[in-house]
Every structure is written in structure tokens, then in C-alpha cells.
Design a protein around this ligand. Structure first.
Ligand code: HEM
Length: 466
């Protein structure tokens, strides 16, 4: 591997002089062929950041790729020059599951889908969802038994799946939640394989062994989604849920518009439950490893709630719970990386890069950069006091992305996270099963690779919270 200085190279392409950032000389296609099993992309990004700093370049086949690890470059891509950067190509494999929903669509289609969904995420609508979130949390906490060992990652998936179904789609999927979650798990298990597989979009029709399981799982998910849409239509529209808005925006029932509806629904489902579930699982884990923070967390919950269930009005008072959640998403960001594809030649700092370059950035890497977060591996919710937040340079912390494609569900997710943590922690303290391996697995979201086996220990809230 060459030194960074040697890698500062220029080349001429169609009259333009490009100036590439430092990076690998060797084409990574070679590694892909050699290993066929995909390498952990986080290790690759860590290596690039350590060796080349703020911006690094490499190639896979003909494709130029740059990896960004500085907030100025990230802001430039997502916000300042966002017109030049689209998601196309970077979401190709995600499209195999999500279709053309809001996360993967582009241009006018994206704008219209976002416009249709926006009212459901308006600040005024969010309080309505609080009671459902708390009721679902309370149902789960009442089912847990003292001393029992549970996979909290699965529990959190079921919980947040039910919350999205009820709040945004007025659907009760309790009977289907196992089926849906296991089909999605099946697909997630195949995800890295799909990402590395050349022409997977076409191979899927030939159904080689790995992909047949993908097709079966996707069919099971589609069946649940179509059943939900049909049941909603049958009940008649009430006009206020996200599904009502989506149905109103697609009045005909042609196969194409049914397919488009399916894509939009599945996108919100997946975006809205996987991410929050992972954020919660990592938070329970981090609390279990940091007893002093856990004590303060319990103290605040007991003091503010005095034993009653939380409501929307309690959210601003549960400041420490919110700080814990924010710090957890720093260390284990559920959306751990993002990509864009350049439509035209572009400049980032001193570097000039060609059209069709893929630009990657990773919350996981930037959030752990000691320049922005001293002693980065330490779990320290104090990094998220209002003062500390206001002092921080923008885009050193970006769990919800930035710019026009910033997460539409951010307020929803933050409120849900705080309410579910408070509801469950009122009754239970979660302890990691001794010896249980904990390792992040970077799939579409950052999941705990071996689940999160924890023992639920009853907790009696003190009435004063003292
Ligand atoms: C902790 C929870 C969440 C995290 C960390 C998260 C993270 C993100 C990120 C980073 C993006 C931007 C992706 C990009 O620009 O490439 C995004 C987009 C999106 N998120 Fe979230 N999200 C969360 C919760 C939710 C929830 C609860 C919903 C809906 C119920 C949701 C729906 C969406 C949608 C539809 C988009 C696409 C927006 C667009 O492209 O216009 N997310 N999310």
C-alpha cells in the first residue's frame, strides 16, 4: 500500500483535470473476488480514516469511491452541493427489499412521496402517538417475568414494529409480528451477501439457493403489507393516518399503483422500526455497562414520573433519558453509513472528482473521532447537555442524516425512544447475561450480531426518586 503523499495524483478525463484524494492504489474488486464473503465495511472505513484522514479514495472496478470523515466535507455533500448528489446506485440493493419508497426514490417522485407523508410527521401530530407508544411499552413490561433471560433485541423489534403499525397505519399486527420480524431477519441475514453479489437484481429471478430464501421472505412481508392495505380499504378511510394519506394519493388500484403503495408502506415500516429497535437495544446494553449513568437514569425517571406512566408532556422533563439515548446513538448509530452518487464532476476542498463517483460517509466512524468526541469510546451522556450540543460543530453528530433527505421520522423516533425507555425502566433493570458476546453487525442498520441476551431484574421505583 502506498503512502498518502504518493497517492495525491491527478488524471485527465474528458478534458477535466481530476485531483484525487489519497487512498488505496489497489482496486478493491480484487479483494471482492478473492474473498467472496464480504469484509466488514466498518473495518475498511476505520482503516481509511486512520491511514488517510478526512477524505480517502479507492476504486472498485471502474467506480471511483471517496470516503469522507470530516464534517465540512459531509456538510458539503449532504447540504451545500446536495443537488449534485443522488442516492441512485448506493441504494440499489436496498431497493430489492424496499422498492421505490421514500428512502430510495429520487427527484420529483421523492418530493411527492415526502409531501404525502409529511403531515403524519408534523410536530402537531407527534403528541397523538405518545399514548400508543406508552401503552405498547406497558404491555411488554407486564409480560416480562422476574429473573427471566430475554433477547432484548427481539423484544425491541416486536415493540417498535407494533408501535409503527398502530400509530402510522392504524393496524394491529400483533398476530403477525413474529412472521414479519422473522422474514425481515431472514433478509437482513442475506443483506451483506446481496451487497457483494454482482447483478443480484437479475440473479434474483434465477433463484440460486441464497436468493430463493430472500424471495420467499419478501413474499411473506408483501403478503402482510397487502393484507393490511386491503383491511384498511375495507374499513373505509378515516382520513388521518399515514396510510389514509398514501391511499388518497394513489386512488386507482392498478397493479403499478398497488406496487408503489406497497413500496411506500414497507419503507416506512422498515425505516421506522428497525432503527428505533436497534437504538433501544444498544441503550439497554450501554446502561448495563455503566452503573453510575444507569443510576442517574433511574433517578430521573422516578423523580419525574413518581410511579405513573409517562405522557407526551413528560418528554421534555426526561432530559437525562434523552441524553442517554443521544449518546447511545453516537456510539452505536442505527444508520451507521450513508452513500451518495455524483451526477457531475465536483470539488471537495482541494480535490476534484469525476461524475459517477460514489461518496460514502459513516456515522459510526465520525461519531468515534477523538477530534470531535474526546475519549470517544467512553459512554458519557454529558456530551449531550443542551450547552454541549449547541457548542458542537454541525455534522460531527448526524444519526438522522442532514439536508433535504434528513430523516422524516426524527421527532417521532426521539419521542418513542424516551417514552419506551422510561416506561420499561420504571419496572425493570436489564443486566447483560454474563459472557454474552456483543458485537455490532453493519447491515442496513447496525444490529447486535448475536442479539442482546439480558436478564430482567425487577426494580422498585422510590416514590421521591431520591
Ligand atoms: C433512531 C431512529 C432513526 C434513525 C437513526 C434514522 C436515521 C435516518 C437517516 C440517517 C436517514 C437519512 C438517510 C440518507 O440520507 O441517506 C433517514 C431517512 C429516513 N427515515 Fe429515518 N431514522 C430513524 C427513525 C425513523 C422513523 C421512526 C421513521 C418513520 C416512522 C423514519 C423514516 C425515514 C424515512 C422515510 C427516511 C427517508 C427520508 C427521505 O429520503 O426524504 N426514520 N433516517
Amino acid at each position: 500500500m502506498s503512502t498518502a503523499a504518493n497517492d495525491l495524483r491527478t488524471s485527465a478525463g474528458k478534458g477535466a483535470a481530476y485531483r484525487f484524494p489519497p487512498g488505496f492504489q489497489r482496486n478493491l474488486l480484487w479483494f471482492a473476488f478473492r474473498r467472496l464473503r464480504p469484509a466488514n465495511p466498518i473495518l475498511l472505513f476505520q482503516h481509511l480514516a486512520q491511514k488517510y484522514g478526512d477524505i480517502a479514495h479507492y476504486k472498485i472496478g471502474w467506480n471511483h469511491i471517496v470516503f469522507l470523515n470530516h464534517p465540512d466535507y459531509i456538510r458539503e455533500t449532504l447540504v451545500v452541493q446536495n443537488d449534485n448528489f443522488i442516492k441512485e446506485r448506493t441504494v440499489q440493493r436496498t431497493k430489492m427489499l424496499l422498492g421505490a419508497g421514500m428512502i430510495t426514490s429520487e427527484g420529483a417522485e421523492h418530493r411527492s412521496q415526502r409531501q404525502v407523508a409529511q403531515p403524519a410527521f408534523h410536530r402537531q401530530r407527534i403528541p397523538e402517538y405518545a399514548n400508543t407508544m406508552v401503552a405498547e411499552g406497558a404491555r411488554m413490561r407486564d409480560r416480562w417475568q422476574p429473573g427471566e433471560q430475554r433477547d432484548i433485541a427481539i423484544d425491541m423489534m416486536h415493540l417498535t414494529l407494533n408501535v409503527v403499525a398502530q400509530t402510522l397505519f392504524a393496524a394491529d399486527l400483533r398476530d403477525e409480528v413474529d412472521e414479519l420480524a422473522s422474514a425481515i431477519n431472514r433478509i437482513m441475514g442475506l443483506y451483506n451477501f446481496l451487497v457483494m453479489l454482482p447483478a443480484a437484481e437479475w440473479l434474483v429471478y434465477a433463484r440460486p439457493p441464497g436468493l430463493a430464501a430472500f424471495v420467499r421472505a419478501r413474499k411473506r412481508i408483501d403478503a402482510v403489507v397487502y393484507r393490511m392495505i386491503a383491511a384498511h380499504r375495507q374499513r373505509g378511510s378515516h382520513g388521518s393516518t399515514l396510510l389514509d394519506m398514501m391511499l388518497a394519493a394513489s386512488p386507482d388500484q392498478t397493479p403499478a399503483s398497488e406496487q408503489s403503495l406497497r413500496d411506500q408502506v414497507i419503507t416506512i415500516f422498515l425505516a421506522g422500526y428497525e432503527t428505533v429497535a436497534n437504538a433501544l437495544s444498544w441503550t439497554w446494553y450501554l446502561l448495563s455497562q455503566n452503573p453510575e449513568c444507569e443510576r442517574r437514569f433511574h433517578h430521573e425517571i422516578d423523580r419525574e414520573l413518581q410511579g405513573r406512566l409517562p405522557t407526551f408532556d413528560d418528554v421534555p422533563r426526561l432530559c437525562y433519558v434523552d441524553m442517554v439515548l443521544a449518546e447511545s446513538m453516537r456510539l452505536y448509530p442505527p444508520a451507521w453509513a450513508m452513500g451518495r452518487y455524483a451526477r457531475h464532476d465536483f470539488q471537495l476542498g482541494d480535490f476534484v472528482l469525476p461524475a459517477k463517483t460514489t461518496v460514502l460517509m459513516s456515522q459510526f466512524i465520525t461519531h468515534r473521532d477523538p477530534r470531535f468526541f474526546p475519549d470517544p469510546l467512553r459512554f458519557d451522556p454529558e456530551r449531550f447537555t443542551p450547552e454541549a450540543r449547541s457548542r458542537r460543530t454541525k455534522l460531527t453528530y448526524f444519526p438522522f442524516g442532514a439536508g433535504v433527505r434528513q430523516c422524516i421520522g426524527e421527532s417521532f423516533a426521539c419521542m418513542e425512544g424516551v417514552l419506551l425507555l422510561a416506561t420499561l425502566a420504571q419496572k425493570w433493570k436489564l443486566n447483560l447475561v454474563p459472557g454474552h458476546p456483543v458485537e455490532p453487525e453493519p447491515l442496513i442498520t447496525l444490529r447486535p450480531k448475536y442479539g442482546m441476551k439480558m436478564i430482567v431484574e425487577p426494580r422498585t421505583p422510590s416514590s421521591t426518586g431520591s
